[in-house]
Write a protein that binds this ligand. Sequence first.
Ligand code: FE2
Length: 373
Amino acid sequence: MRSSYLVSYDIADEKRLRLVFKTMRAYGDHLQFSVFECQLTAADLVRLRGELSAIIHHKEDQVLFVYLGPGEPPAFPHFDCFIAPENYTFAFKGHVACNWLQTLEVGIDPAHASFLHRFFEDHNPAGNYGIQFRSTSADSALPMTKIMREYPRPQIDTEYTDYGFRIVTLRAIDDLRTHIRVTNLLFPNAFVVPLSPEMTVTQWQVPIDDVSCYWYAIFTSFGDPVDKQAMRRHRLELYTLPDYKPRLNAANDYGFNAAEQRRQTYTGMGDDINVHDQWAVESQGPIQDRTREHLGASDKAIAVYRRILIDAIKRAAAGERPLMVLDEAAAERIRGPITLDGIADARALESYWREFDAKRRKGSGWAAMYPAE
Ligand SMILES: [Fe+2]
């Protein structure tokens, strides 16, 4: 019997990369970047692993096999990050030493950035290409660092969608202006958030086992092609190859510096927000005991997510089709999603973010319009 596998690889050398690509083409369908989908028998699997093993450098390269079970895999939704041309995207990953759900939940908590990623002073956004919370909000000169710091109690609303749910987070700046941030949960294990007025991040948390996971992020630009070299250089300052573990971690107190905490940042753990998040999720322990916690108003999206997750587990156990197990027709209808970080007229919030998204899609040259709901 054949089973489906997703095979993804990261090869440090051009020549070996070509050989791996050629080998993979004989076994499966090329989906994108370094990702193949293969229908393999048990014997095929052994043979493919053997052939790849003979090509790759075991310290510098990585090949990941993801078992997808027997039969046809569900279809891929037509999210922006999958349909964007390759030079408009950049992918990276990072290792986290805890259960994947902890890593997911920090991504759907819009309030944490006001504390965990608080910078006591604003930096010049011009020198911070491709870095989260260092840009300005769209249609304003307000640095995100200032908004996060000075408006720490957002109003959080969630709306169900065909891919999971949308999170609309509002911070009232004054009577006329509201800061609005639109983010998304892609069921079951990803979130999509804005990085800058032109770029979004789609990030999956993929379990390695119960107590460790990788995040895989695809950065997608609606504006200029992505400067992949700058993006990669910045991320390699924190992550080490070949296992993508962060240099700042529990073994060195995540770089904690008490003087910095007094004067510059809330955590005292440097400027890279990935370090703050890494500490926040790993310091809960490998699997957080959720029977001992009390969710509050700022955890609204987390509560919604847990209800959907429990419902999907029940459906799967009953032999029904859970959310996001798609056929081709359903996958084609799922677009977007919409992300935004901007300053809107407080009386016209929804029309603001819908118009912002439509304009950005029209101007991009590649993005499909978001379907009417
Ligand atoms: Fe964060």
